[in-house]
Every structure is written in structure tokens, then in C-alpha cells.
Design a protein around this ligand. Structure first.
Ligand SMILES: *Cc1c(COP(=O)(O)O)cnc(C)c1O
Length: 380
């Protein structure tokens, strides 16, 4: 008999699959039988369902979240050397595609509470060469988009939301209107990597936009630059969502709100049981966004962090550091950075953050074990 405390995972994909196995197996089997592995009807079905869920005019499914970012940038018609402002505290994909397209990533610091970039931070980095901004909705809550969009409009800049971690989150405008993460900027990109909040069983991604002309460009670029088969208007890429992955996502999308709610209750449990501990800071909530907790990320006094991680590991509890190194310190990004320069908030976060297990299959026994083990480290 396995208890919930055996083999604790950061994300429990096996447990989640067991609960929807009948539906998933049938959906996958149907793909095998119909053998429409590329652009089968499930892809269009998923596109329409996601458009409806997000309340966005266009969803363009693609092969993964990194491709979604790259295709978004390609659709904007930027020139080599154009500058794109991006947080330095993020997953590499956000900035990697900028460099690959011979654009210049301008890496900026983040807010110490929300871990996201803000209009104030962005404004200081704008130059005559700036063409676009890529805010990342890190760990599951939105960057403050209303002032970011106002700033972008003032300077004539494009905005791409990297929504790989916050699908399902709601952003609230100052007039009370709410919109789903990824549908606010000119283009949104997301990822269905298995461990993301809406994960498939391999690679997958999508772009979102309310702009018809951009949607058309994106569709063409994602399909070898062709509108009509064998007639290529622009240089494109081959980036499709597999039919099998779309079939899996069609089963999982109806559960997304439930999955977000499960993550939110895990986060509340951790909050309740970890708040007020000296040397430990629970995640702050952004003022204008719900939080779907792709990660539950603590800040720990930096001299204690490795000991806390070892203490958790001794009790069979995994933890992860997202992210240990600012982008500008990565070998691949040094060419975009003035040697010796550093950004204080990112440096501090890279030394102090630690993420606890959070997923859709956690019960109270498991949560109390993890929370008590964290607390016991500080209260010993
Ligand atoms: C996961 C992720 C991506 C990339 O998605 P893939 O599907 O793995 O290519 C991009 N940006 C952020 C912030 C991510 O977390």
C-alpha cells in the first residue's frame, strides 16, 4: 500500500492521468483509428474550444511554447537589431527566440514581490530602437498589463504576453473589466508542456490574438509561409500541434478551472501554515490578477536556502529553484550584456527563491507533511 507520502513529486502527472484515463484513452485511440495524425479535426476542435474559454478571437495552435514566442516575433515584421524588452528573471525561451531572430534582447529587472516586470521598469529601458516588450506572467499571475499597454501605445511598441505559466488567470482592469491572461496584448503565447497548468502528453503550444491581420500572418508563418499548399509567400516554420496532443487537450481543457482551483487551495494551505515565519516569505499576490500557481515560490534568507532544500530532501520532499541564474549571466546571453553590470532584484531572487511541490493531486495529509517539514526547519 502506497501512502500519499511515498515518492512525493513536484508535479503528479501519473495521478492526474489516472483520474481521466478513460476519457484520454478513448480520445487517443480515436486518433490511431482515424490516422489523421497531422491537422486532424481534433486540432480545430481544440482551437475553437480554447478561443471560447479565453474569450479571444483567434487561437493558433503550434508545436510548443517556444515556437509560439518565435512566431509571434516573426509576425511583427521586426528588423535585425531592433530591441525587445524582456525580464531577466524568466525561463530561457522568452529571450532565446529574440536572439535567434537577430533581434536584441534588453533584459530588465523585475518587481521583488510579484516577480514580474512593470511599466516603470520597462519605461527606463525604452530607446529609439525599442520595438516590442515581452512581459512574462511568471509562476501564474499576470504582469500589470494595463499600464504596460498604455506605455506601449505611447511609444508605438508591440507587446507579446508570454503566458506559458498563467493560462486561466484573470487580469482585472481599473474599470473592473476582466480578461484572461494572454488575451490582453497584441499577441499571447502559451505552452502545453506536460507540467504546465494545461499540459498535454508531449510538446504543444498556441498563440492568441484579437487582431485579424496578425492572426492571418501567424497562421501563414506557422505553416511554412503558405496560405495555399506549395505557394510560399514568406519564410515560415513547421510548427503544428499534433492531433494526438490536441485530442488530449480537448479532454483536459474542461478541467482547467478545476485544476486552477486545486492549485489555489494548495497555495492557501501553504500560506496559512507558512506565514509569519522569520526568514521565510510566502508568495505575494499581484493587485490586479488572480493567481493560478504554476509554481508556489517562497523566498528564503539566502544563507539558509541550501540547508532548507537539504532538510526537505532528507524528508523525501523535492523542491526546485526557478531560476538559479539571471539570463544575463548565462553564457549564451553575455553578448547582450555589459560585463560586471547586475540587476539587484533578480540577483536577490536567484539566491533566495525556492518552489515547493504544487499540483492537482495533493491531499491534506501530504500538504500538512510538507508544510510542517518546512516550518520545522525554521522553528528548530
Ligand atoms: C515553458 C515556458 C516556455 C516554453 O514553452 P515550451 O513549450 O517548453 O517550448 C516559455 N516561456 C515560459 C515562461 C515558460 O515557462
Amino acid at each position: 500500500m502506497q501512502t500519499a507520502l511515498a515518492n512525493i513529486q513536484m508535479v503528479d502527472l501519473k495521478g492526474q492521468y489516472q483520474k481521466i484515463k478513460t476519457e484520454i484513452d478513448a480520445a487517443v485511440l480515436e486518433c490511431m483509428v482515424s490516422a489523421q495524425f497531422i491537422q486532424g479535426p481534433q486540432v480545430k476542435e481544440f482551437q475553437l474550444a480554447l478561443e471560447e474559454y479565453l474569450g479571444v478571437k483567434h487561437v493558433i495552435p503550434c508545436a510548443n511554447g517556444t515556437d509560439a514566442l518565435q512566431i509571434a516575433l516573426m509576425a511583427l515584421g521586426l528588423e535585425p537589431g531592433d530591441e525587445v524588452i524582456v525580464p531577466t528573471f524568466t525561463y530561457v525561451a522568452t529571450a532565446e527566440v529574440i536572439g535567434l531572430l537577430r533581434l536584441t534582447p534588453v533584459m530588465v529587472d523585475v518587481d521583488p514581490n510579484t516577480f514580474n516586470i512593470t511599466a516603470e521598469i520597462i519605461e527606463k529601458a525604452i530607446t529609439p530602437r525599442t520595438k516590442a516588450i515581452v512581459p512574462v506572467h511568471l509562476f501564474g499571475q499576470c504582469a500589470d498589463m494595463e499600464p504596460i499597454m498604455a506605455l506601449a501605445e505611447k511609444h508605438g511598441l508591440f507587446v507579446i504576453e508570454d503566458n506559458a505559466q498563467a493560462i486561466g488567470a484573470d487580469y482585472y482592469f481599473s474599470n473592473g473589466r476582466k480578461q484572461k491572461a494572454g488575451t490582453i496584448a497584441h499577441i499571447g503565447s502559451t505552452s502545453f508542456f506536460p507540467s504546465k497548468n494545461l499540459g498535454c502528453y508531449g510538446d504543444g503550444g498556441a498563440l492568441t490574438t484579437n487582431n485579424d491581420a496578425l492572426a492571418e500572418k501567424i497562421r501563414i508563418i506557422a505553416n511554412h509561409g503558405q496560405r495555399k499548399k506549395y505557394y510560399h509567400e514568406v519564410l515560415g516554420v513547421n510548427s503544428r500541434l499534433d492531433t494526438i496532443q490536441a485530442a488530449i487537450l480537448n479532454v483536459k481543457l474542461p478541467y482547467l478551472d478545476q485544476y486552477c482551483a486545486a492549485r489555489q487551495s494548495v497555495a492557501s494551505y501553504y500560506d496559512q501554515n507558512l506565514k509569519g515565519i522569520t526568514g521565510l516569505k510566502i508568495p505575494a499576490r499581484a493587485a490586479n490578477s488572480t493567481h493560478v500557481f504554476h509554481q508556489y515560490t517562497l523566498q528564503v534568507a539566502s544563507h539558509l536556502r541550501s540547508n532548507l532544500i537539504a532538510h526537505l530532501a532528507n524528508h523525501g520532499i523535492p523542491s526546485m529553484i526557478y531560476y538559479p541564474v539571471p539570463l544575463y549571466r548565462q553564457e549564451a546571453f553575455k553578448i547582450y550584456w555589459e560585463a560586471g553590470k547586475s540587476l539587484p532584484v533578480t540577483e536577490m531572487l536567484c539566491e533566495s527563491v525556492v518552489s515547493l511541490p504544487i499540483h492537482t493531486e495533493m491531499d491534506e495529509e501530504l500538504l500538512s507533511f510538507i508544510a510542517e517539514t518546512v516550518a520545522s526547519f525554521f522553528n528548530k
